[in-house]
Every structure is written in C-alpha cells, then in structure tokens.
Ligand binder design. Structure first.
Ligand SMILES: NC(=O)c1ccc[n+]([C@@H]2O[C@H](COP(=O)([O-])OP(=O)(O)OC[C@H]3O[C@@H](n4cnc5c(N)ncnc54)[C@H](O)[C@@H]3O)[C@@H](O)[C@H]2O)c1
Length: 252
C-alpha cells in the first residue's frame, strides 16, 4: 500500500480507527473521514495522517470530500466504506425517524461512497483502478431481533456491493468492490451495549465457536488484503471475519 491514497469513513473510532492504523503502517496516505472531529483529529495526529469532518449521509459532504481528494492527493486508490450506527429498536419499537436516519448512514452513505469513489478512480493516472471495501456484518446473514433497521441495512450492503462490483467489472474499470462481515468486535458500538447490560459480554463471546470477540486488528488485516493488489481477482465477494459465527448451527 506504499503511497496509495486510502479514504476511511468512520476512521475516528473502532474498526475504522484500526484500519487507519494498519494502512498507515503499510505506508498508505490515509484520509480519515468522520463526523467525530475530536476523536478523528486526535487519531490522525497520532498516526501522522489527515482528517476531514465528513457525514457519509450527505451528498454535499461527499462532493467536498471528492474536491479535497482531487486537490490534496490527485488520486484515490481505496475507499473503506466503514461508518455505521445501530438503532437498538425492534420492529415494534422502530420509529420512522430512527429507521431513516440509520438507513441514510448505513446504506445510502455507502451508495454515495461507492459513486464518489468510482468517479475519482476513473480519473486515476494510467490504468490504476482501485478498490472499495464495504463494512457489512455477520448480521447480513443472522438477524438481530432487537435491531430491525441494522439487520436490514447490513443485508442491503451485500446487494449494493454485488451490483457495484459487477458494474465496475463489466465496464472494465479495474475497480474491485467487496464486503467484509465482522462478527462481534469490541468497539464503541458494543461497549455502549455492555455499559447498559454487562452480562451481554458472555453472549457476545459465545456468538463465535472460538468463544471470543474479534479484534479491530483482525478486521483491518482482512480489509488491507482486499484493498491490496494481492486481491486482484476478488470482486463482489462477501468475506467473513467472525470466528466461524455463521458456520455454527444455532442449536449446538
Ligand atoms: N463492532 C462490531 O461488533 C461490528 C460488527 C459488525 C460490523 N460492524 C460495523 O463496523 C463498522 C464500524 O463500527 P465500529 O464497531 O467500529 O463502531 P464505532 O462506533 O467504534 O465507530 C463508528 C464510527 O463511525 C462514525 N460515524 C457515525 N456516523 C457517521 C456519519 N454519518 N458519517 C461519518 N462517520 C460516522 C462514528 O463517529 C465512529 O467514529 C460499522 O459499519 C458497523 O456496523 C461492527
């Protein structure tokens, strides 16, 4: 990834922060794009990379990001479409406001990210192409009864990823698009749930037959592979990083 330009949404915290650290270690020029300015600026300063305040749900914000990437770097090699939120609302509790706010970030935000990245990558020098990695979840396959919007959004990311991937392949754009599917990974999203109900830690550990949660470093390593030229024939794929969670028969 030496000198490659990588944009990471949600890079101020958790999995995205882990990706930023790993890509920087590999020599990439990283732009962290996040709504959390304090955490984003702090993490970028620690890593020696750049931060921009960015809302993935805003088309205007993506236009600004594209201008900044063109002016500051002149190319885009990889987009980690990673920002996401939870709602903690079952279908019976779901409010339209929360439902739409979540889908705006978790689905529409990823669509806008893909569209922006492709427009930038089309203009990359030579035939460089690029890679897009969409952060989905084991929840793409196994639903959460307590979060209808999140479960819906992460299933939708699979369809979006496949459509964008085959479009890019057919257009001979040399842009690869894949989704990654973390299982329970100890980040702020899970910490907020654990603060309310510490007994959930055991349940999160038990989701995987390995008996533990994943780490942000493990998720970042998969994202790094998919962003790199080593993954040259991988597109439209769904890549699990969940310790066997979806392979385990639920009753066993
Ligand atoms: N932690 C897990 O167990 C787990 C499992 C599967 C998938 N995921 C997915 O991984 C991704 C990262 O989650 P995480 O666990 O690191 O959570 P996190 O809360 O630690 O990080 C999410 C980041 O996204 C940012 N963000 C939120 N809304 C945004 C917006 N509108 N625009 C830009 N940035 C925004 C937040 O400020 C935060 O920095 C999410 O898509 C999440 O759904 C997490």
């Amino acid at each position: 990834m030496q000198d490659k330009v990588v944009v990471i949404t949600g890079g101020a915290s958790g999995i995205g922060a882990g990706m930023a650290q790993r890509f920087c270690q590999e020599g990439a020029r990283v732009l962290i794009a996040d709504t959390n300015r304090d955490a984003g600026e702090r993490h970028a300063a620690e890593l020696g990379c750049q931060f921009m305040s960015h809302d993935v749900a805003s088309e205007q914000s993506w236009q600004t990001l594209a201008q900044q990437v063109r002016a500051g770097y002149g190319q885009l090699d990889a987009l980690m479409n990673n920002a996401g939120i939870v709602s903690n609302q079952s279908i019976e509790d779901a409010t339209l406001e929360t439902w739409q706010a979540l889908l705006d970030i978790n689905v529409t935000g990823m669509m806008l990210g893909c569209r922006t990245a492709i427009a930038l990558m089309r203009d990359n020098p030579g035939d460089m192409g690029g890679a897009i990695v969409n952060t989905a979840s084991s929840t793409s396959y196994l639903a959460l009864p307590g979060d209808a919007a999140y479960s819906t959004s992460k299933a939708a990311v699979v369809g979006l990823t496949k459509s964008v991937a085959v479009h890019c392949a057919r257009e001979k754009l040399n842009i690869r698009v894949n989704s990654i599917h973390p299982g329970a990974t100890l980040t702020n999203i899970l910490r907020s749930a654990l603060d309310d109900a510490p007994e959930l830690e055991q349940a999160f550990n038990a989701m995987s037959p390995m008996g533990r949660m994943g780490t942000v470093e493990e998720v970042a390593a998969l994202a790094l592979f998919l962003a790199s030229d080593e993954a040259g024939f991988c597109t439209g794929g769904q890549f699990p990083v969940e310790g066997g969670t979806v392979s385990l028969h639920p009753g066993m």
